[in-house]
Design a protein around this ligand. Structure first.
Ligand code: GAL
Length: 731
């Protein structure tokens, strides 16, 4: 009896002790200088790695590379539309295994910043919202609207509960030190007036009420109510201060490059400028920097948002799309982190004394009895180097640069002096052959079937597809009397079609007659083209294509997609004929999609045709399939799709994503300069396809007999699709 009660006491003691230890050991708070983890102020470097933008097989190595690059934390959004594809049905498997991802980060000894959103922007389809959310009765996104708030709260609580169940918050001994609610709400907050403001306050309170034991942030929301921390996103954040003097200065998105859109240039951000921006932020008192993106990865499947965001989300990040280290970006930032790490105690224990050393030159000195002395010497002149005197010593400062002196004497790092070799990336040919090509043609002569909606007029695309497919067919018929025939005075009739976006192909009597598409700047477009009509009945079929749903902008859930008209024929005897309000049939998706043509061993009645001359035909609306053996080794793989037009591609039934060989045009200005000297952002690749290579994760291929399937909308030479290996060499 006695022994029993003493053992009861000792277990109670253990519980109390561990509770006590948890109180003092496992907590995250903040003060004006920094996040305080287990009683310690910390300067933290973090990097965004979005788990669904790579594969679980890649995660461990990506996280390890991030750690080796000097990061303390990994940041990820949570992708609602992946996790809840239909209301109440959840998916956290495979690439969507958020818990596993966080546990791998924990195992590597890093922290996590979990950006729940659940609005996330992120160049992700519908900004992360499931499309069904738009169809909840009475809903209005991201404002003081009960149906929206109910859904948002339910998902947020679900994620928080999952994390708690797995003991993943720092307050429970786990790696999550920080969480985000909403995302860059400030523009909407201003625009939506009282309703916006009420919603923002509600979101903050709702987040707080989940009681995670770690702080919440709102990025780009200067009104974030206490105790939520408002944080900065941008290329530079040195101008930023939090809304209360007792909150730390945090930069949740330091943009390492930029995303690309089909038809736009490829962006680069020189690391000298990025390192300068980060050092400048730290010298002004910043204590948390998250690189967006540290590894951008790939928008597999139809996850890219936009519209027009490319399948690649490389972002010019320190780790490239394929998981390879990008030098000198990675190494120079690593050196920067080391230099700041050496200065950390001084930075966290004192406020800087700022002294002018010249017109553009300053010394920021952090000095305290407990923290020693660290100094940042800066030169903001974009053109000229400077020689300055500091503590009776002479220092050379290159233009637009900051030197870091962790002991107030010796320079260990200068942002403009890069001592890392540039990595040379090559896409090397492999001897892989695509074997036994077969094709299947989308027959559009029989579009009318029981799955067709026929009405007078044109219907909005998303309302019909609910995003189950990119494709919607709009079909109507046009009767032409033999008198007006198809040639009037040598002039063909012409057709104009106005579309709300995003791309469209016009078929007259089954023949491709022309195509048109919008751009990221203006997704609406008008198709104008001559059409070959015949006497009698003609069939006009418009294939409208969504190229990723919008991810940004006030009430983007109300934006239209598809052919909304007018649709007008010109040059007939009668003049023009408006087709807008005649009978149109609407058919969602492709036959090949319906029959799961991309899935290996799918049982379908489709008769694939063996095609040894696959390159010669270049037909529109064609499905292709072939088999290949994987090249040996573990170099990352890609498909060179530049011989093809536009479509989607799958390997072994898994969607690599959308491809589109549209050339980049617009402002390919090379680099834009600060003053005339320092490149801050660069654009390349005009006159060539924005994206030529499409990442095939190694985990998706087996040694032999891999199934490649693609659907081509316009026409291309499939015999010139090559498998390449990405490999790195140093110069
Ligand atoms: C930010 C946004 C991110 C991402 C980024 C651009 O404004 O918060 O989610 O969209 O822009 O890549």
């Amino acid at each position: 009896m006695e022994a029993n009660s003493s053992s009861k006491w000792s277990s109670l003691c253990i519980i109390l002790l561990s509770l006590y230890l948890q109180v003092i050991q496992c907590s995250v708070t903040y003060d004006k200088k920094a996040l305080v983890i287990n009683g310690q102020r910390r300067i933290l470097f973090s990097g965004s790695i979005h788990y669904p933008r790579s594969t679980p097989e890649m995660w461990e190595e990506l996280i390890q590379k991030a750690k080796d690059g000097g990061l303390d934390a990994i940041d990820t959004y949570v992708f609602w539309n992946l996790h809840e594809p239909s209301p109440g049905n959840y998916n956290f498997e495979g690439r969507y295994d958020l818990v596993q991802f966080i546990k791998l980060v924990q195992r590597a000894g890093l922290y996590v910043h979990l950006r729940i959103g659940p609005y996330i922007c992120a160049e992700w389809n519908f900004g992360g919202f499931p499309v069904w959310l738009k169809y909840v009765p009475g809903i209005s996104f991201r404002t003081d609207n009960q149906p929206f708030k109910t859904a948002m709260q339910k998902f947020t609580q679900k994620i928080v509960q999952m994390m708690k169940d797995e003991k993943l918050y720092e307050s429970q001994g786990g790696p999550i030190i920080l969480s985000q609610i909403e995302n860059e709400y400030e523009p909407e907050d201003k625009l939506f007036g009282d309703a916006g403001h009420a919603y923002m306050n509600w979101a903050a309170n709702m987040a707080m009420s989940t009681d995670t034991g770690v702080p919440w942030v709102m990025c780009k929301e200067s009104d974030a109510p206490d105790p939520v921390i408002n944080t900065c996103n941008g290329f530079y954040c040195d101008y930023f201060s939090p809304n209360k003097p007792y909150k730390p200065t945090m930069w949740t998105e330091a943009w390492t490059g930029w995303f690309t859109d089909f038809g736009g240039p490829v962006h680069q951000r020189p690391v000298e400028d990025l390192a300068f921006a980060v050092a400048r932020f730290i010298q002004k008192g910043g204590s948390f920097v998250n690189y967006y993106m540290y590894h951008g990865g790939t928008n597999f499947g139809r996850t890219a948002g936009g519209p027009f965001i490319t399948t690649s989300y490389d972002y010019d990040a320190p780790i490239d799309e394929y998981g390879l280290i990008r030098q000198p970006k990675y190494g120079h930032l690593k050196d920067l982190h080391n230099a700041i790490r050496q200065s950390e105690r001084a930075l966290l224990n004192s406020d800087p004394t700022v002294t002018s050393l010249g017109n553009y030159e300053h010394a920021y000195v952090f000095s305290s009895a407990s923290g020693g002395c660290a100094a940042f010497l800066s030169n903001y002149n974009v053109k000229h180097a400077a020689r300055v005197t500091f503590n009776n010593m002479q220092y050379n400062l290159p233009p637009w640069s900051i030197s870091i002196l962790p002991d107030c004497k010796n320079v260990v790092f200068n942002t403009a002096q890069v001592g890392i070799q540039t990595s040379q990336v090559q896409m090397l040919p492999t001897d892989t052959k695509m074997l036994s090509w077969e094709t299947f043609s989308e027959d559009i002569s029989s579009v009318d079937n029981d799955k067709t909606i026929t009405v007078a007029g044109l219907l909005e695309q998303l309302n019909i597809t609910r995003d189950t497919s990119d494709y919607l067919w709009y079909t109507t018929s046009v009767d032409i009397s033999s008198a007006e025939s198809f040639l009037r005075g040598g002039q063909l009739p012409s057709l104009t079609v106005q579309s709300a976006g995003h791309a469209m192909h016009v078929f007259i009597n089954g023949q491709l007659s022309g195509s048109a598409h919008g751009t990221r700047e203006s997704k609406r477009f008008t198709f104008k083209g001559d059409v070959k009509l015949q006497a009698g009945r003609n069939r006009v079929s418009l294939l409208s294509i969504a190229v990723g749903l919008p991810n940004n902008g006030p009430h983007f859930e109300t934006w239209n997609t598809g052919v909304l008209g007018p649709v007008v024929l010109h040059g007939l005897d009668e003049g023009q004929r408006d087709l807008t309000w005649q009978k149109w049939s609407h058919k969602v998706g492709l036959k090949g999609e319906e029959m799961n043509l991309a899935t290996p061993n799918s049982i379908s009645p489709v008769k694939w045709i063996q095609d040894s001359f696959v390159g010669e035909k270049q037909q529109p609306l064609t499905w292709y399939k072939a088999y290949f053996d994987a090249p040996k080794g573990d170099d990352p793989l890609a498909l060179d799709m530049s011989s093809m037009g536009k479509g989607q591609v799958w390997i072994n039934g898994l969607s690599i994503g959308r491809y589109w060989s549209v050339n980049a045009d617009g402002n390919c200005t090379g680099c834009s300069y600060l003053g005339t000297f320092r490149p801050v952002r660069c654009q390349f690749g005009c006159g060539q396809p924005t994206q030529k290579w499409y990442h095939i994760p190694r985990a998706w291929v087996k040694p032999t007999q891999n199934l490649l399937v693609l659907f081509e909308e316009i026409g291309g030479d499939a015999s010139k699709i090559y498998l390449v290996k990405r490999s790195l060499t140093s110069d």
